[in-house]
Design a protein around this ligand. Sequence first.
Ligand code: SAH
Length: 218
Amino acid sequence: MTDVRGIGMTSQRTRLRLIERLKADGIGDERVLQAMTDTPRHLFVDEALAHRAYEDTALPIGFNQTLSRPYIVARMTELVLQHGAPNRILELGTGSGYQTAILSNLVGEIYSVERIKPLLDKARARLRQLRIRNVRCKHGDGFEGWAEFAPFDVILSAAAPESVPEILLSQLAPGGILLLPVGGDSQKLVLVRSTPDGFEETVIEDVLFVPMRGGVQR
Ligand code: SAH
């Protein structure tokens, strides 16, 4: 049984080293750094990889997918919080559930969609183990958003479409933001804000995410 508190498996020192590294890389929001300190990343990967969980690196989670590197999780979370105190968030690409767990500390309600069923099942089990209760997950295609619970203050994607999907824009609340990687071989992290005058797009930085794929996988 893996220790929920992460004692033994990964020392407190190893974890704090990651936090120092994130600070050095420009993550300044204390709320984000605290959430990253408190969330046991090693529980979101297979036990064989747990010893690498506090390195600033992406890690495989099976099905050709990866848990994003801590820096990008922190950066995206920081951008979400800069936008205010979002109540309702839609996350596309639950994956391991790690980004979901980080967000659950900081925002009201999270709706999270994953297209690969076995990944979603594992993520759900982890969130339950950590007693995270403000998350609702669904096996589905993120390209469709989640109309039932729209509009969202924030929509955040961990998978990259070739261009910004119109449907997602239509599920944003007034003033809401869509934060997502866009592109194929060369991707940019893009923030789209819904304003009274239309959608305003800001390019944040170069990134590398897995592609967003349509349909679902059982
Ligand atoms: N936030 C995740 C990152 C997982 S990688 C984590 O912290 O672990 C991105 C995930 O997006 C993968 O699990 C992939 O299956 C999923 N994905 C890709 N296209 C999708 C789509 N159309 N709808 C929902 N999820 C999708």
